[in-house]
Design a protein around this ligand. Structure first.
Ligand SMILES: NC(=O)c1ccc[n+]([C@@H]2O[C@H](COP(=O)([O-])OP(=O)(O)OC[C@H]3O[C@@H](n4cnc5c(N)ncnc54)[C@H](O)[C@@H]3O)[C@@H](O)[C@H]2O)c1
Length: 322
């Protein structure tokens, strides 16, 4: 039996595919390659196509004897989703609706979803737990909240059990430097800091240096991509063991400020990140990190990598591939 990984040629998907293979699981990747890379999947079978293609998904499930799905395929840039919400709802919501029907018709009953802490918007309390109100503040966050609701109904009506993993800020690269994030398509802080360090972009803009935090910059929960990958394997095991549909935060439970990330980058590279202060951005929460009690309890998951591991691995990857 195989695991179907949609979006498996992308950043987090490719790290998860690698870990699945290392743990002896058979895998098939379905990816349009719009934002992913063929080389990132290695020798794993790759089907190039869209999750909304019912016939292709049905054939792939049958051909590879798929019994579980990990669904990464989506667009993920919150800022971009304001410029073109229709693109986000079409791919992330309508595309997933088609996928769920195909998965159900093919008799698969287990699915792990890439969800996001963006479903919480700006929470009233941090660390934020899974029972906090779902109040997304972008079309992107809304698209994931809608998919989580669809999954609730697919469990109730179709017996498709799922785990929605609400990632915090995915960052870092494989510790052996073999795969990592594509900085040509991401707007995340760590790759942008690496790009600035390597002189491939103007100085990094630090949006907001006057927040009521210890050093004035915004605080987020940075989670190493291999720790995230491990959470997916554990979520699959939870479902295979008969576990119930649930949503689970995947974050370290610790916040790091933008300034702390830049300091870690300086430690990794041996020189400071060219950076300049810029005004706060509308809609950016001041501080956001995870209550990860449920991940520890339900999945037995513990993050193994700290901020220095994240930034060192990103530096190794970006400086080798720049
Ligand atoms: N990177 C983060 O910090 C972060 C945080 C929270 C949630 N997420 C979620 O995790 C998932 C993966 O994120 P990532 O950082 O690896 O992104 P990514 O863009 O690197 O990977 C997404 C992959 O999905 C593919 N894809 C997109 N639409 C598709 C479709 N309709 N059919 C088939 N393939 C399609 C793309 O080609 C790409 O390879 C996304 O769902 C994203 O919303 C990411």
């Amino acid at each position: 039996m195989s695991v179907l990984v949609t979006g498996g040629a992308g950043y987090i998907g490719s790290h998860t595919v690698r870990l699945l293979r290392r743990r002896g699981r058979d895998v098939v990747v379905l990816d349009t390659l719009e934002l992913g890379h063929r080389r990132a999947v290695g020798d794993v079978p790759l089907v190039v196509g869209d999750v909304a293609d019912d016939a292709l998904v049905g054939d792939t499930i049958e051909r590879y004897a798929v019994d579980a799905v990990v669904h990464f395929a989506a667009y993920k840039a919150a800022g971009e989703s304001f410029e073109d919400p229709g693109r986000y709802f079409a791919n992330n919501v309508a595309g997933t609706a088609r996928l769920l029907e195909s998965v159900h018709r093919a008799g698969v009953t287990r699915l792990v979803l890439s969800s996001t802490c963006a479903v919480y918007g700006t929470p009233q309390h941090t660390p934020v737990g899974e029972d906090a109100p779902i109040r997304p503040e972008s079309p992107y966050g809304e698209s994931k909240a809608l998919v989580e609701r669809m999954l609730h109904w697919y469990d109730t009506c179709r017996g498709l059990r799922s785990v929605s993993l609400r990632y915090f800020n995915a960052a870092g690269a494989a510790m052996d430097g073999s795969i990592g994030e594509d900085w040509t398509v991401t707007l995340n802080l760590v790759p942008l800091a690496m790009k600035a360090l390597l002189g491939k972009r103007p100085p990094l803009q630090v949006f907001g240096a006057d927040y009521p935090t210890a050093d004035g910059t915004a605080v987020r929960d940075y989670i190493h991509v291999d720790d995230l990958a491990d959470a997916h394997l554990r979520a699959l095991d939870h479902l295979a063991g008969g576990g119930a549909t649930t949503a689970i935060n995947v974050g370290t439970g610790t916040g790091s400020s933008v300034r702390q990330v830049l300091d870690a980058a300086e430690r990794a590279a041996g020189r400071p990140v060219p950076a300049e202060e810029a005004p706060r951005r509308a809609g950016d929460p001041i501080a956001l990190w995870a209550d990860n009690t449920r991940a520890r309890g339900v999945l037995g998951w513990v993050p193994r990598h700290d901020l220095d591991d994240i930034v060192r691995s990103a530096w190794a990857w970006h400086s080798a591939t720049a």
